[in-house]
Design a protein around this ligand. Sequence first.
Ligand code: SIN
Ligand code: FE
Length: 293
Amino acid sequence: MNPIYTTTLTDWVPSIPAEQSAALLAALESGHVLYCPQLAFQFSPAEQRFLDPAWSNGKDKNISLEHDGAPLKGMLGTTDEVATLRGAVLRFRTQAIGLIETLFPAYKRNLRKARTSYRPVPVEGRSTSWRKDDSRLHVDAFPSRPNHGERILRVFANVNPHGVPRVWRIGEPFEALAQRVLPRIPTPLPGSSWLLHALHITKQRRSEYDHIMLNLHDRMKADLEYQAQAPQVTMSLAAGSVWICFSDQVSHAAMSGQFMLEQTLHVPVDALAVPEKSPLRTLERLTARALVV
Ligand code: SIN
Ligand code: FE
């Protein structure tokens, strides 16, 4: 399968016929990256100076906004400077959410809007450990934030001012990945979900679905032979482009690039046009049991 579906979108509030939006939805839910080379996020002339990694506080991985009323985190600067960059991040947030709501009206009522991040630091040399190394193929799963099957939908914009693309590798389809790794994943230890929650390591109880997704994430990243041998394509995401994918489903690795904005959204499985293609339903089919109880 070619994991990339290139769109002709040029507008953050696109007016497209229903059949075109249905085709985009089908591509997205079946594990494609929707690539929009003609859609760009613009920094205004006054905002251009923030295209510099020196604004990062050096401690946090990204500069981020938890929700639209929140303060900007992870940035060094005066109150005025922080307010100006916050305005740019908030404008991206509004445009990214508007894009998804316009393209996919069926998601609109059920969308849970999460963090917006600005990533001014080069991808190369960013990682501190193999588990955090996003230059290894992985599907997104977060140890402290069990999501019980809820989808992770992400909108990305390469805002590099020097024409430098962001280079990703995209791996095999989710079902093939799951079939390969599932046999090696042990069932969770009895009581472990309760204990992790009681110790505040997780924000909610970790379901068996979350246990499997974390294992997929870790086992892919830990296996260098898998990294080299897995079916994959390299994708160059141009400066001044946007792309959208379900990052809990699309096996991805960020190889190089600098200056990107990213919006995370969550979609319940029941709001999908084809819930059967979700990681939760795929894993339940392969294991023949309910994974969120
Ligand atoms: C990731 O989500 O794994 C990283 C994406 C990126 O920084 O390009
Ligand atoms: Fe990722």
